[in-house]
Design a protein around this ligand. Structure first.
Ligand code: KG4
Ligand code: ZN
Length: 336
């Protein structure tokens, strides 16, 4: 038999993760050690703490991934690892580990772009999905609209000018006292609120129809809270959550649909932590049904950071012949 097994390793932010992928699309194991509980205490990810925790966990996470997949390093065809973008100390842990394993076991090393990993998460549960398609990437650190022309071949047509979508969710959540990470908490609370209660702005950027900006809506939320406090009024947190979420979802859906129409692409995928937002899924679903577009998104466990998506992206890079040497380094601001 000539199965191809890829070990995927991810440590760019606050999850230490490893997975084994068979033939590019089948997840044999997906082990994630989350640091969320630790960073909650500080209201956000503390880079030094993240690096230290990765060092503590990475060996165990990789061992578990191999064990759950019922395989050994000898049977693995290549080691794929996220080398950017992300927190430099966090990335270094995964990169150093992958290089060591790759050297010791004599297996090829494939560096993977974290965002390419997020996009590739869509291949796991949608065996029919193949490029070309349009992908909206919405995570804690990134908001991009890209055309996936082929495996590993991307054209960025839009990006955020300031905050990432997930970052805006996290900041607004903090402002209304929901804690970190705010995205899932806003998603939940918004279900009890009125999304038309407060008219928050939808940013338009002249001459850049597919670019995003979320700092304006974030400021509008803070102003709303201040003005309530000055008037001595109680803020309605559920209404703020629902109205804020609606303004973000509205912009994400509109720009994605406009891009799909203008580029004549009828397949749309979503990726990244915010792609698990229930209002975004519903809004995009409705718009795609109306326009006759096919919509894809991963299960929540593959939306947030994980090793499986790195293994999948790594598989397609490996098949293309991508190999990295011992000089592979962490690149915190790696471009797609
Ligand atoms: O992709 P991810 O795990 O990390 C990055 O690569 O950045 O995304 C994490 C982000 C956080 O900002 C989190 O608040 C957001 O995704 N998020 C959500 C939801 N679940 C996670 N945002 C809105 N609604 C959700 N249900
Ligand atoms: Zn991510």
């Amino acid at each position: 038999e000539n199965d191809t097994l890829i070990l995927g390793i991810e440590s760019s932010c606050d999850e230490t993760a490893a997975a084994v992928i068979r033939n590019g699309r089948e997840v044999l194991s997906n082990v994630i050690s989350s640091q969320i509980e630790l960073h909650k205490l500080y209201g956000g990810v503390v880079p030094e703490i993240a690096s230290r925790k990765h060092i503590e966990k990475i060996n165990q996470v990789i061992e578990e991934a191999l064990e759950e997949a019922d395989t050994t390093l000898e049977e693995i065809d290549a080691i794929a690892v996220t080398y950017g973008p992300g927190l430099v100390g966090a990335l270094l842990v995964g990169v150093a580990e992958a290089k060591a394993i790759s050297y010791a076991a004599g297996k090829p090393l494939v560096g993977v772009h974290h965002i390419e990993g997020h996009v590739s998460a869509n291949y796991i549960e949608h065996l029919d999905l193949e490029p070309p398609f349009l992908c909206l990437i919405v995570s804690g650190g990134h908001t991009h609209l890209v055309i996936v022309k082929d495996y590993g071949e991307y054209e960025i047509i839009g990006r955020t000018r300031d905050d990432a979508a997930g970052e805006a969710f996290d900041k607004v959540a903090r402002a209304i006292g929901l804690g970190y990470p705010g995205g899932p908490k806003i998603d939940k609370l918004a279900k009890e609120g009125n999304k038309e209660a407060i008219a928050f702005p939808r940013a338009k950027i002249d001459g850049a129809p597919y670019d995003f900006s979320f700092s304006g809506v974030k400021s509008a939320v803070l102003n709303h809270i201040n003005s309530c406090q000055m008037k001595g009024e109680e803020i309605n947190r559920a209404d703020i959550a629902a109205s804020f979420q609606e303004s973000v979802v509205d912009v994400l859906v509109q720009k994605t649909i406009t891009a799909a129409k203008n580029y004549h692409i009828n397949k749309i995928a979503m990726a990244g932590g915010v792609a698990s937002n229930s209002a975004l899924r519903k809004g995009m679903e409705r718009a795609c049904t109306r326009e006759g577009f096919q919509l894809y998104y991963p299960s929540p466990i593959y939306c947030t950071d994980n090793g499986a998506m790195i293994g999948v992206a790594g598989y397609y890079e490996y098949k293309k012949g991508t190999r990295h040497g011992w000089d592979l380094n962490a690149v915190p601001n790696l471009k797609i």
